[in-house]
Design a binder for this molecule. Sequence first.
Ligand SMILES: Cc1cc2nc3c(=O)[nH]c(=O)nc-3n(C[C@H](O)[C@H](O)[C@H](O)COP(=O)(O)O)c2cc1C
Length: 159
Amino acid sequence: MYPADGVGEHTEHVLNYYDKTSRKVLVTNIETPFPDGKLIVSRTDRNGVITHVNQPFVDISGYEEHELIGQPHYILRHPDIPKLVFQDLWEVVSSGQKWFGYVKNLRKDGGFYWVYATVVPNVRHGGIVGYTSVRRKPSRIKVEAALATYVEMLNEERG
Ligand SMILES: Cc1cc2nc3c(=O)[nH]c(=O)nc-3n(C[C@H](O)[C@H](O)[C@H](O)COP(=O)(O)O)c2cc1C
């Protein structure tokens, strides 16, 4: 949650989550590259609480597996991603459809990593029991384009 001692320059942000909780996060400009040839996978219950993560997820997030399981997925939320992106994600997946998007995630140490995420609902007996997100290495050009859109959206959100 906080950058390790000596990580250097950082900024402080307060994140207000959907469930009305908030937390102060320290953010650095240090990017961890998406590992080549890997997929980063997690599963959540219907409420977005993490129930499963694979090893590449653990490695890139900077958390231990036991620190992730049982936590809301917003533990990875980065202040550079507009709220509307996740509102859209939830609207799409809770209606039973697939969602795709570029997401910048926050590491435990305050650094970040970009992913291209595909989120799908897990359906059993006609009902949604949870969600799975599979993340691939994003192209740099697409990340730059997403970032430009997100900056505009954030400016609008902040008024
Ligand atoms: C399967 C699944 C994976 C998700 N993965 C991420 C993620 O990697 N990073 C992230 O910030 N939010 C992710 N979310 C969205 C979060 O649940 C949450 O909506 C988001 O972090 C914004 O927080 P808020 O809804 O409290 O504002 C995921 C949601 C689901 C259902």
